[in-house]
Design a protein around this ligand. Structure first.
Ligand code: NDP
Length: 291
């Protein structure tokens, strides 16, 4: 048996095409394009690549990309002052500060300074609280993309057993919150979990967000499960995920590849959040759930 490969690139391309059309409608109604400000501090090569591709995707969707590149030794006060300026700028609908930040800058202080209603990354504690309580806010892009892929593959997720491996604020915790909202029975595993293989073996849905190459073995996976691999690990053999892809393919029903699975969805969901923000801020009606 060989599993279905979940084509995140294709799903993301369809979402981006839909967003581009909705951007055109927004421009007609509002007389301006949605604006996304991206702030990069320092020279981290992976971060520079992410910022470049976010800028390109933003422009391709017909939105305004406002990029700020700051030296690694910028003081925290200066960075916070830039965020204040972006918070006050009516042309800016979304603000994203690329993480990680250089040492010496308090990441949480920076995230908390962003206006929650422009926090398209969904990392501000106000948006974390909104997600936990089921209020409208901004959902972090990577887990939002994972849920879209799951629904595209499985349909209704109600009642399914889901395991999320990883409990970071960026992926694991919001992923668990979203799966609870989809009425899954959710287990969150982490580095202190006993018998990870046994936990994974019970799951209809496995989401791996660990950062350890091919740690989740094919033989752990329940036959017919759906596997979402968030991991991006640079190895001598190239980019690999957190899941043993070949092993998972021989037992699961569907698996995301790395690259070409979750990654493209993250950027598409960032554009979607920016478009949602632009409509909210302009007071223009928009069916967010259908978007
Ligand atoms: P973090 O390092 O913040 O979190 C990793 C989590 O994995 C922690 O909760 C940790 O547990 C857990 N963990 C570590 N070792 C084990 C183990 N042996 N068994 C079980 N759990 C373990 O990573 P992120 O959440 O930020 O990212 C995870 C991966 O996803 C990375 O590879 C990252 O590159 C990728 N990523 C991909 C994105 C995309 O767009 N595709 C976007 C964001 C991230 P504990 O809490 O106990 O330490």
């Amino acid at each position: 048996m060989s599993a279905h490969i979940i084509d995140g690139k294709a799903v993301a391309a369809r979402l981006r095409a839909r967003i581009a059309t909705q951007v055109t409608d927004f421009v007609t109604a509002a007389g301006r394009a949605p604006g996304l400000a991206v702030v990069l501090v320092g020279e981290d090569p992976a971060s520079a690549v992410y910022v470049r591709s976010k800028g390109k995707a933003t422009r391709e969707a017909g939105m305004e990309s406002i990029e700020h590149r700051l030296a690694a030794d910028i003081g925290q006060a200066e960075l916070l002052a830039l965020i204040d300026t972006l918070n006050a700028d009516p042309a800016v609908d979304g603000i994203l500060v690329q993480l990680p930040l250089p040492e010496g800058i308090d990441e949480q202080a920076v995230i908390t300074r962003i206006d929650p209603d422009k926090d398209v990354d969904g990392f501000h504690p106000v948006n974390v609280g909104r997600l936990a309580t089921g209020l409208d806010g901004f959902v972090p892009c990577t887990p939002a993309g994972c849920v879209m892929l799951l629904k595209e593959t499985i349909g209704d997720l109600t009642g399914l057993d889901a395991v999320v491996i990883g409990r970071s604020n960026i992926v694991g915790k919001p992923m668990a919150a979203l799966l609870i909202a989809e009425s899954c029975t959710v287990t969150v595993a982490h580095s202190r979990t006993r018998d990870l293989a046994g936990v994974v073996a019970r799951a209809d849905i496995v989401v791996a967000a660990v950062g350890r190459p091919e740690m989740v073995r094919g033989e752990w996976i329940k036959p017919g499960a759906t596997v979402i691999d968030v991991g991006i690990n640079r190895t001598e053999a190239g980019l690999v995920g957190d899941v043993d892809f070949a092993g998972a393919m021989s037992v699961a029903a569907a698996v995301t590849p790395v690259p070409g699975g979750v990654g493209p969805m993250t950027i598409a969901c960032l554009l979607r959040n920016t478009l949602i923000s632009a409509h909210r801020r302009a007071g223009i009606a928009f069916d967010e759930r259908a978007a």
